[in-house]
Design a protein around this ligand. Structure first.
Ligand SMILES: [Zn+2]
Length: 272
């Protein structure tokens, strides 16, 4: 059995009796004022509270390097022996954090072994678009000339991947931003598909084409929280405004009536 917990933003925690694997862990939840105007840094107390068993983390996989996906990664990696997998932009961030050479920089669609029971294919993907045709937010790479702590605007997107994690024979596809690249996705199937909610209506054929191509038996809608507000453990998840969750649930059920659609609360474990 694999226990999967959505931990806020695009963060997922996968746990077996042997190990923990994290995708896009982000526990600091910087508030909107600091995001806009200040240099931002990981919050050690928030990370320690959310990840008390940090020594069990075998690997961290990062889909892209916006701050809500990557801010906490150097802090966690510095205190663990875990593997770190991601883009060239993530390697730059890790170097700025004093961990040069620690990141396994992936090529498009490269498959890597993480542990004896886990592997990941880093499917090249795309980031969700801003409204009014304004393109990708914070496009480009984190600059090697930056210094930490840096402003949220320094956390450029880097290469975007949709990690396909295979753990104990089950396949989990993490779509951490509401977009995809059909060419690179072709031929990849999963058991559980995690779909980013915000911005979903700006991507044509989302989620229909993703579901048709990857043929999941479960779809989990996530990244819908207002991650600039704190989350009270056990409490209700505060939603981001204007995300049209009912519309996405309807669209998902419409194209795949037999698929199990879940909308988890932050911190509520799901067993697969
Ligand atoms: Zn992003």
């Amino acid at each position: 059995m694999i226990r999967v917990t959505w931990t806020g933003a695009a963060g997922l925690r996968f746990e077996t009796d042997k190990e923990v694997i994290l995708i896009d862990p982000y526990y600091t939840r910087v508030d909107i004022f600091d995001t806009l105007f200040k240099r931002i840094a990981p919050d050690p107390a928030a990370i320690a509270a959310a990840l008390p068993d940090l020594e069990k983390v075998a690997a961290i996989v990062v889909g892209h390097t916006h701050s809500d996906h990557a801010l906490d990664v150097p802090w966690i990696a510095a205190r663990s022996a875990c593997k770190v997998v991601g883009s060239h932009s993530l390697e730059t961030l890790m170097s700025l954090g004093g961990l040069p050479g620690r990141t396994r920089v992936c090529a498009d669609n490269e498959t890597l072994r993480l542990t004896d029971s886990a592997g990941v294919t880093m499917i090249r993907s795309a980031h969700g678009l801003l409204s009014l045709g304004k393109g990708v937010p914070l496009d480009g790479e984190i600059r090697a000339t930056s210094t930490l702590p840096m402003k949220a605007g320094g956390y450029r997107v880097g290469t975007v991947f949709a990690p396909l994690l295979e753990l104990d024979g089950k396949r989990f596809l993490h779509v951490g931003s509401a977009n995809f690249d059909e060419t690179h996705l072709r031929g990849h199937c999963c058991d559980v598909l995690f779909l980013c909610v915000p911005g979903w209506h700006r991507r044509q054929d989302y989620p229909r084409r993703l579901i048709e191509m990857t043929r999941p038996s479960s779809v989990v809608l996530f990244h819908y929280d207002n991650f600039s507000k704190p989350h009270v453990p056990g409490g209700k998840t505060r939603r981001m405004p204007l995300i049209d969750m009912p519309g996405l649930i309807h669209a998902t059920r419409n194209c795949a009536p037999a698929v199990d659609v879940r909308v988890p609360e932050i911190g509520a474990p799901m067993d697969f």
